[in-house]
Write a protein that binds this ligand. Structure first.
Ligand code: URP
Ligand code: ZN
Ligand code: ZN
Length: 472
């Protein structure tokens, strides 16, 4: 099956230009000057399908490098399955996710990896890869890191918070970093000072401060900035590459910038919620409503310059990419477990469907350029996590993961049940986007077009990843 996407403006991280995209089977075979279809090769003349992208942007499929489908967490499971979550992702122009295999204390990381492979296999509408969470770093975990790299899992998430659940102490973090320094893996860090947070949580609850708002107040920016600094120092000591996940505090972003200026291999992501949502307006919504936005790191105060800093850091490359940290829970029977005690609200927000749109709105408002949009949503995630070449770029030889984005279209998010995530609310209700995901191809297959889903569970394939392409 050959496909020609004609008339559009092809946008890569490196630039834009009018070009036609020729696809053979699952792969892009050529970017052609417009009109060369009339003069060109036999392949062009005999294309099976022509897609008209006149007036639209043609971009690489989005890569969401931080999702939690079906995650067992907070006494329940994230509400999106691999099927519903990857279908929703496709609707929003994301064609690859990197999800997290979960290892709780005393579980074997390799057994858990096999379990997650089983959960995903045959169920995903788009391609998928895995990071591995390590919750207690034992000798066996260090051996497992080598074996997992051979399986294409080249990044490992550690936690400085969630004592008794995921938290690793500094000695354990050090050992995992020493291993990563040897084998080239990326250490991903949930950087919040868990001990400080646990104490503040108990103090708020003892004062009867039980509403969702206090989730944010009990996880202050100092707890994030301190842990970020500590993680950076431990990485410096060991020589391990470090990637800080879900950065929300201005002061944490500054720590990352300082380390990068020193020449250290430190990277960071932020998420749409930290670009648009706030402690006061969202976590502080009346009654129990704020539970919709309970996630960690938490939404920050709109009066302290955090959102502004996140956009700035994205512009200046002090932060390199935007992932969603998609970890959805319904209000009914999930978030409502925390009525009367905010610490029992499962932590997480669902956004996998909206990341490309929400970040495109940053192009419309002048926060980032069109090319930077592609870079932080598609290209850098591929490079950071060892998929670039096949993913993250429109070029000959790349997988034909392609999004046709209409800058004259419009997307109203979450007014009624307009999304496809398995959630009974939208964290983004009322957001208006001056653009629209029109058509999505995953390895040459049209999965979304004309307001309809044409994909299928099981089309998505496991992507074994190489080491990060940002490391020497
Ligand atoms: O609130 C969040 N972020 N939930 C998912 C787990 C994590 O820490 O990434
Ligand atoms: Zn985390
Ligand atoms: Zn997460």
């Amino acid at each position: 099956m050959t496909t020609l996407i004609t008339g559009g403006t092809v946008v890569n991280a490196t630039g834009r230009g009018a070009a036609d995209v020729l696809i053979d089977g699952e792969t892009i075979v050529a970017l052609l000057a417009p009109g060369s279809t009339l003069l060109g090769s036999d392949l062009v003349h005999s294309v099976d399908r022509v897609i008209d992208a006149t007036g639209k942007y043609v971009i690489p499929g989005g890569i969401d490098a931080h999702t939690h489908m079906e995650m067992p967490f907070g006494g329940t499971f994230a509400s999106d399955t691999f099927e519903s979550g990857t279908t929703a992702a496709a609707w929003g122009g994301t064609t690859t996710i990197v999800d997290f295999v979960v290892q709780y204390p005393d579980e074997n990381p390799l057994t858990q990896f096999a379990l997650w492979q089983d959960k995903a296999a045959g169920n995903c509408a788009i391609d998928y890869a895995f990071h591995q969470i390590l919750s207690d770093v034992q000798d066996s975990s260090l051996h497992a890191m080598d074996e997992l790299i051979a399986e294409g899992v080249t990044s490992f998430k550690l936690f400085m918070a969630y004592k008794g659940v995921f938290l690793s102490d500094d000695g354990q973090i050090l050992r995992a970093m020493q291993k990563a320094s040897d084998n080239g893996a990326m250490i991903m860090m949930h950087a919040e000072n868990g001990s400080v947070i646990d104490t503040l949580v108990q103090q708020h609850l003892a004062r009867g401060e039980t509403a969702p708002y206090y989730h944010g107040v009990s996880r202050p920016w100092q707890a994030e900035a301190e842990a970020t600094h500590r993680a950076i120092m431990l990485a410096d000591l060991t020589g391990a590459p470090l990637y800080i996940v879900h950065v929300s505090a201005k002061q944490a972003a500054e720590q990352i910038a300082v380390a990068r200026d020193r020449g250290q291999n430190v990277f960071g992501e932020t998420c749409p919620q930290y670009l648009y949502l706030s402690l006061e307006e969202h976590l502080g919504a009346p009654g129990f409503e704020g539970a919709k936005w309970v996630c960690s790191t938490p939404l920050r105060s709109k009066h302290e310059g955090h959102q502004h800093q996140m956009w700035n850091s994205l512009r200046t490359n002090d932060l390199q990419l935007v992932s969603t940290d998609h970890c959805p829970f319904c209000m009914k029977d999930q978030k409502d477990m925390g009525i009367g005690d905010f610490s029992k609200i499962p932590n997480g927000i669902g956004s996998v469907e909206h990341r490309m749109d929400l970040l495109y709105q940053g192009v419309v408002t002048g926060e980032i350029t069109l090319e930077r949009w592609v870079e932080i949503c598609c290209t850098t995630p591929a490079r950071m996590f060892g998929m670039y070449g096949k993913k993250g770029v429109l070029a000959p030889g790349a997988d034909a993961d392609v999004v046709i984005y209409d800058p004259n279209g419009h997307t109203s998010i979450g007014l009624g049940k307009t999304h496809h995530m398995a959630m009974d609310y939208s964290a983004w209700e009322g957001f208006e986007i001056d653009g629209h995901v029109d058509t999505v191809l995953s390895r040459g297959q049209v999965v979304v077009d004309g307001g309809a889903f044409h994909g299928r569970a099981g089309h998505g394939r496991y992507v074994p990843r190489a080491l990060s392409q940002y490391l020497i």
